[in-house]
Design a protein around this ligand. Structure first.
Ligand code: F0G
Length: 368
């Protein structure tokens, strides 16, 4: 069941609309078991593993809504700028809908798996000589005058789809967690979670960009609690820490290599209203956390996703997240999106061995 079907009563989808879905959502919420920092403080630490969506990232939640809306409004083509995952999702859902898809990606900075997805789904891929922020400017200009639907997260239907991840977490845990940790790039996702958590708590929020938080989807409260929203960035691309746009963002976590987030005000509203904070992490910390999750928990996420867990662990250790708290971190994208980085930071070399049992045993027992 896709998320529109699951949460239809809380989503702006017209009766009789043709639904474009690939069965997104309902991703696992996995409790981490082996991280000493969390265990020592009795913190219940969960990851929402969004890499298990159909195209391998959380973008599918927004894209089922944005493409459904576009198709039902008669659009024949969609457009986005992307660091990779949005373009993969847009390309897949546009293919499903039978409409055209155009994506602008930054020159040479998109992980191989994401580019492969956009290409195999038949999107027209334009690699611009510029970064994501330059791409955003271009697609906004073009969509303002041409008959083509912009499906970046400035499209409010994207955030409406993405808010369902917060519903799923409360539905799974029976209550909101105390803290929710997210990587922040263009800042749509932190805003969307806050909309979802607020809606389930029957509260309005300045983070809603569809109808100023006054919409009919504010139903009877399901819970009385909202989490504190913690947004984490890569140090080379941390406009929320600088308090202003960053002109030349740089980080190994290419998904969040963004200097001018489009949901700037909405994300500040989420942080402020929830009593949360922003923090930043070096590329070294980000990669170490990606490897830690893979090695110790068997969970493979892309580098940008790992920043949420890096943040949780640092703040648990520092006591900013108190002992006995419940914490959910969103792992936004699957590690297979960026195999090059995973290979580069894997400790174990691949050993070549002759295809006979004595040789294989010799190598195995030498390594023990
Ligand atoms: N994690 C991953 C894996 C992402 O792809 C993105 C954004 C984020 C985190 C940040 O989310 O932008 O809502 O704050 N990727 C966009 C893209 C920009 O084009 O795929 P955000």
């Amino acid at each position: 069941m896709g998320l529109i079907e699951r949460y239809r009563a809380r989503l702006p989808v017209a009766d009789g609309a043709r639904i474009i879905t690939l069965g997104e959502g309902s991703t696992p919420l996995i409790q981490l078991q082996n991280l000493a920092v969390a265990n020592a403080r009795n913190v219940s630490l969960y990851v929402k593993y969004e890499g298990l969506n159909p195209t391998g990232s959380f973008k599918d939640r927004g894209m089922t809504m944005a493409i459904t809306r576009a198709v039902n409004a008669g659009s024949q083509a969609v457009l986005c700028a992307s660091t990779g995952n949005t373009s993969a999702a847009a390309a897949a859902y546009a293919a499903r809908a039978g409409i055209a898809c155009y994506v602008l990606i930054p020159d040479g900075k998109v992980a191989m798996g994401k580019l492969a997805q956009a290409m195999i789904h038949g999107a027209v891929v334009l690699q611009i000589q510029g970064n994501f922020d330059d791409g955003m400017k271009l697609v906004k200009q073009i969509a303002a005058t041409e008959p083509i639907t912009l499906v970046n997260s400035v499209n409010p239907y994207r955030l409406q789809g993405q808010k369902t991840a917060a519903f799923e977490i409360i539905d799974a845990l029976g209550a909101a967690p105390d803290f929710h940790c997210l990587p922040v790039g263009n800042a749509g996702n932190i805003s969307a979670y806050w909309i979802g958590y607020s809606e389930y708590a029957g509260q309005t929020t300045g983070a809603c960009n569809l109808c100023d938080g006054q919409c009919a989807y504010l139903r009877q409260a399901v819970t009385d609690k909202r989490p504190r929203m913690l947004g984490y960035q890569a140090a080379g691309a941390a406009p929320f820490l600088r308090g202003e746009p960053v002109a030349e963002p740089e980080t190994v976590a290419s998904a969040i290599r963004i200097g001018q987030p489009q949901s700037w005000e909405l994300a500040w509203a989420a942080s402020r209203e929830s009593g949360g904070w922003f923090d930043e992490f070096s590329d070294t910390d980000i990669l170490a956390t990606q490897a830690l999750l893979a090695n110790r928990e068997g969970i493979f996420c892309e580098p940008a996703s790992a920043v949420s867990v890096a943040g949780a662990l640092r703040d648990i250790e520092a006591g900013k997240i108190p002992a006995h708290s419940s914490v959910v971190c969103t792992l936004t994208g699957h590690g297979l999106k960026d195999p090059d980085i995973a290979m580069r930071q894997s400790a174990a070399p691949v050993t070549k061995v002759a295809a006979n049992p004595d040789e294989v045993k010799r190598v195995i027992f030498a390594e023990c």
